[in-house]
Every structure is written in C-alpha cells, then in structure tokens.
Design a protein around this ligand. Structure first.
Ligand SMILES: [Zn+2]
Length: 556
C-alpha cells in the first residue's frame, strides 16, 4: 500500500490565523480524508513556524515577551484543527517540539559540504525573511509587501544553491517532482533557468534577538528561519534522531516509496520548489513527489492583512475586520459552511474573493436548501408513505425517469478521484453536487406525492422504485461528501440508516440555514429550520411533500 504524507506549510505566528490559512488546511484535510477512505495509509501534518524574526518584531510591537506572544498565537493556529474539523495527525511547533532542533542540527551537518561563510550586503525584507536582489524589487520595494527592504550587511553562512540547477531542472521536467498547477511549474523552471545564486542560511544571533536555533559549531549565528522551517517536514518524522522508534516514522513516510506532498501558497513557492529540494539533495535525501500551489484569497476585494484578523466575528453577515478569523467564522456559521465556501468557490488557478455574505449564500443555497431539503424530503416521504421502512436502492439503478441521477451516482466516485488527483477541489465538489441537482430534479419530475395516491395517478410500485433510488442517492451523498464536509456527511448518512426497528429515523436538519432572513420562504418548511419546527413537520402527515404543490393540493 502506498503511504501518503501530506503537509501544509507552517505559518508565521506574528498574528492570529486568518481565512487564507484555512484554505490550505482544508484542502490538505480533504486529500487526507479522501486517501484514507481509499485505504491508503496517510499522515497529515501541520504546524507553526515559531522561530521567525518577524515573530520577534511583532512581539516587541505588542509589548509582550517573545515566548508568551508566540505561544498565544501558535495556540490559535493549533485550535483550527478542532474548529475546522481537520483530521491532522501531527502538529509541529518549531520552538517547542523536542524533535525539531536536533533534526535541524543534523540536517545542517548533512549539508555541510555545501555550506560556507562569507560577508554579504543586501536588501532584506523582514516580512518575507529573505534578501532581494535589485532586479527582484518593484521600484525598490518588496514585491510581496510593498515595503522598502532594509540594507543589511553581515557575515553569514551560505548554501551552495548554484550547484543544484541541473538536478532540480531534471527532477521537475521528468515529473519526479510534480509541481501543480503548470503555471507555477513554469515559474520555477524560469527561476532555475535564470540562474541560481547561493543563498544565506544563517543570521547573526544578535539581530535575531537570541531567538532561533544556533548554528552547530558557530553559536554566534542562528539558522536562517527558512532553513529551519523547511526542515519541519522531516524533523517531525524523527529525521536525525538516534531513537529507532522515531527513525521508523522517517523511513516510512519520507525515505520509503510512498508519496510526499506539500501544499503551499504561491508566495513561498521558491522556498519549497527550489531551496528545499536542493537542501534535500545536498543532505542525501529523497525529494517530495508533489507540490501543489494555491493562489491567494482576498477579502472584500482587498489583500488580507494579518492585523485584520484580530477580533472575533461578532455580527453575522458583517465583513468587518474580525470577520476573517476562521475559528470565529466556523463558530458562527459552522465548520462545514467555511469548508464548503473554500472548496466550492476557490479556483485551482487564480485568486478568489472572500466575503461573509458569499459564505452564507453558498451554505444556505446549497447545504441548507439543495442538500438539506433533498435529504429531508426523501426521508419524510418514506416516513409518510412507507412508515419509514424501505430498502435503499444502490443509487445507480434507475427508476423510470431517474437515469440522469443514476449516472451522476455512478460517475461521482471516479470524478472526485480524478479531480483530487489534479488538486481541483472545485471540480471534485461539482461532481458530488451533480447528484444533488439530479436528485432534486428527479423528485420534481417523478412527483412521488402523486404516485402515493390510492386513486387515479397513483402507482405504488413506481413509488417504491422512485423512493428507493432517491434514498440510495442520499446514501451515496453521505459517502462522497465525507472528505469535504465531515459533519454534514455524517448527518446525511445517519438519515439514510435504518434503526434497530428497521425504520429510518425521522427527518432531522442536516444543515441549518444561516441567513437571518430566509431567501425562499416555502422551502423553509422542509426540515432545514429549527428543531421545533421539525417536530411539527414530522407530525403533519397530511401535508404535501413538495412546497410547490401546496396550492395545487389545497385546491383539490
Ligand atoms: Zn516582503
């Protein structure tokens, strides 16, 4: 069985997390959950970069000690695991984790053939934690931050990156190291073809305020935070430790024949696709097998600044500063609402704009109305017409008129697999969503409430077939949605599972409407509202199942 190791980048903790951080975590979680469901052994790792110089500067600004400041923010990042229902297997904090420092020291020593000391003067952006050459700046300003980098002259350790252009180019062009999407692969190849300059991998300890990992054998210098941070992908596996138990994880997840996949944002592509593979080659290790690069989120048309994510989202629907904090959003609207927006609306290529209004609209239109309504209609009809007893069809077997739905159910699994293989989360969710659309269309065409009549127009046998197919389709949804919406999928699956008495449970909301003012009033009666209304609905046996039919039935 192919082991698959999936990592997110470890963010700086100079502020609390924002919605942009949630994107990468949720994408990685979907891959982890999907592969586990396919029977693949998965390790999903996230963490925080505690040792960055910008953490030190931000702590100064906040008037706090670095340790306290870093711990506080790192805890907020760690809490995203529960808030967003992430199936994280391991979370590494570079300043606290006992595995990290010895691993970085061992990594440094393993690279020693490519390390040398020299005097260097350059333009340094603290925001990026990197030196820029004049050609890389826009009008003398950092391309990421728009700020003017500081002129820094100091003696540093350098890594002989220039040696690795040819092997890196070959790894990427042969697909040994796969970089997706293609635009970013081409960007990396252009960078390599433009010539790779050696880069500095240490800082004077004084400038780092004593924060960070001292260079082995040269305590006046600390390891450059990017060298330090990148090592997390193997130090958390026990790299460089003599403990055989730890070493076992490294052999399994990194040195073995499996997949090693990094997810990252476009701003840190150079570090992951050039520096990191070169460091691995220099230290005699395997390369990652895959790098997936996502673009950026904006919020209300503006770049998300970390300082904007300070206070919790207080008022639903507001797009104020605090509205960008993912844990607050998940608490207010549900983890699945946040996950769904990120997966359904953020394209594989190109930036996406987040607003709370868009998140709520997606959740209400699709999760409450489209999905919640469907499942509740089906379960309510089976309760009413068949006393909750009905064997679900396989979902892909069509009742007359249900061929489109059957095809959607048959194809969803393969389509999701192909889309995720290509890191296309929007396409993957669309494949599942076609089942919801087809099923709702089928209900409206098949009109089970008419088939249920005892008089003319009634057809009990066809009603059985239609309801069985619909219940089968809902079961498929419960299964296929699980990697994307773990909570909602579990509720859908529970609705489709008969109890000990052989009857389906009564209809329960699988997703609650979030907007204060319901968009479409008639649909609200079908189990997407508060539980009290749900109870009333369960007892209302003479009510038609389709809200659109209310007037027609009453007129009879
Ligand atoms: Zn910068």
């Amino acid at each position: 069985m192919t082991a698959t190791y999936i990592t997110t980048t470890i963010p700086y903790v100079n502020a609390r997390p924002h919605i942009g951080h949630a994107l990468e975590l949720v994408q990685a979680d979907v891959l982890a959950r999907y592969h586990r469901r396919c029977g693949v052994a998965v390790r999903f790792q996230a963490g925080t970069d505690d040792n960055a110089l910008k953490n030190v500067l931000a702590a100064d600004t906040a008037g706090l000690g670095v340790r306290e400041f870093v711990d506080r923010n790192a805890e907020a990042f760690g809490a995203l695991g529960d808030a967003l229902t992430l199936s994280v297997d391991d979370f590494i904090r570079t300043s606290r984790d006992p595995r990290h420092r010895p691993g970085v020291e061992a990594f440094w020593r393993a690279c020693s053939g490519d390390l040398y000391r020299r005097q260097y003067t350059g333009r340094y952006c603290t925001g990026c934690e990197q030196f820029y050459t004049p050609a890389e700046l826009n009008d003398g300003r950092c391309p990421e931050h728009g700020t003017e980098p500081e002129l820094v002259g100091e003696e540093n350790w350098f890594f002989r990156l220039s040696r690795y252009a040819a092997p890196l180019r070959e790894a990427i062009t042969t697909g040994l190291l796969r970089i997706e999407p293609a635009g970013h692969r081409n960007e990396v190849l252009a960078l390599i073809n433009g010539g790779l300059a050696d880069f500095s991998v240490s800082r004077p300890a004084g400038r780092a305020g004593g924060w960070g990992i001292p260079v082995p054998g040269d305590p006046g210098q600390v390891v450059y935070v990017w060298f330090d941070a990148l090592c997390n992908y193997v130090t958390a596996l026990g790299y460089g430790q003599d403990d055989p138990a730890r070493d076992g994880a490294y052999r399994r997840w990194w040195a073995g024949p499996g997949n090693r996949v990094h997810l990252l944002g476009k701003g840190v592509l150079r570090f992951h696709a050039v520096y990191w593979p070169a460091m691995l080659l220099a230290s005699g290790q395997q390369l990652p097998t895959g790098i997936f690069v996502h673009d950026y989120l904006t919020a209300g048309g503006r770049k998300i600044s970390k300082s904007g994510a300070g206070s919790p989202a207080r008022s639903p629907g507001a797009d104020g500063p605090g509205a960008l904090e993912p844990a607050a959003l998940a608490a207010e609207y549900g983890a699945d609402a946040v996950r769904w927006w990120l997966l359904r609306e953020v394209p594989r290529v190109g930036d996406a704009d987040f607003t709370v209004a868009r998140l709520v609209a997606r959740a209400d239109d699709e999760l409450a109305n489209g999905l919640g309504n469907l499942v509740n209609r089906v379960v309510a009809m089976i309760g009413r017409y068949r006393d909750g007893r009905l064997s679900p069809g396989p979902g892909h077997l069509a009742a007359p008129g249900g061929e489109g739905l059957a095809a959607a159910c048959r194809q969803a699994g393969d389509a999701v697999g192909a889309a995720l293989e290509n890191f296309d989360f929007r396409q993957a969710t669309a494949a599942v969503w076609s089942i919801v659309d087809e099923a709702n269309g089928f209900v409206n065409r098949a009109r089970p409430w008419e088939l249920a009549r005892t008089g003319p127009g009634g057809d009990q046998q066809l009603l059985d077939a239609v309801l069985a197919q619909l219940l089968g389709a809902c079961s498929v949804l419960g299964r296929e949605l699980a990697p994307f919406l773990p909570g909602t999928a579990a509720r859908v699956a529970a609705q489709c599972t008969p109890g000990a008495d052989g009857r389906l449970p009564g209809p329960r909301p699988v997703f609650r409407r979030r907007a204060r003012r319901a968009r479409s009033v008639p649909a609200a009666g079908l189990g997407v509202e508060e539980p009290q209304q749900e109870q009333q609905h369960e007892g209302a046996d003479d009510r038609p199942d389709d809200p659109d039919q209310v007037e027609a039935v009453n007129a009879q």
